[in-house]
Design a protein around this ligand. Structure first.
Ligand code: ZN
Length: 130
């Protein structure tokens, strides 16, 4: 697989937000914290250069809570959370694997659990995955 093959497309449900993400590893993180559970967000962490927002960035609505560090973005029309700036990776993005277009691409990911309910005790392992 060449580097260019690792760019995959996704978006929100209504089509207002479209993006491409460069997949660094075929591992997605399922976090059990309060907001990830309710959103059904599957995390793919990428650096700032790993996400290209092709349209709709200005339409995203931001939600913050708790420490206020994470910038939770969602489409105000369809409610989908395609990507955001996570507290764990403030210089990059977390892309929602569930917002990728291609089911065959989504199914390539191995899902790893993350105990986000005990965030402080576990965050080091999330930032430096083995
Ligand atoms: Zn939408």
């Amino acid at each position: 697989m060449t580097p260019s093959d690792r760019w995959v497309a996704g978006g929100c449900h209504c089509g207002a937000v479209r993006f491409r993400v460069q997949v660094p590893r075929w591992t997605a993180v399922a976090c059990n914290c309060s907001i990830c559970t309710k959103k059904g967000f599957l995390h793919l962490f990428v650096g700032a250069d790993g996400l290209q927002v092709e349209q709709g960035r200005d339409t995203l609505t931001e939600y913050r809570f708790g420490s206020g560090t994470a910038q939770h973005w969602f489409c105000p029309t369809c409610g989908v959370h395609p990507f955001y700036v996570p507290r764990s990776h403030p210089d990059g993005f977390s892309v929602n694997v569930n917002a990728l277009d291609d089911a065959l691409v989504r199914e390539r990911f191995t899902i790893e659990p993350f105990d986000g309910r005990n965030w402080e005790a576990n965050i080091a392992g999330l930032r430096d995955p083995q």
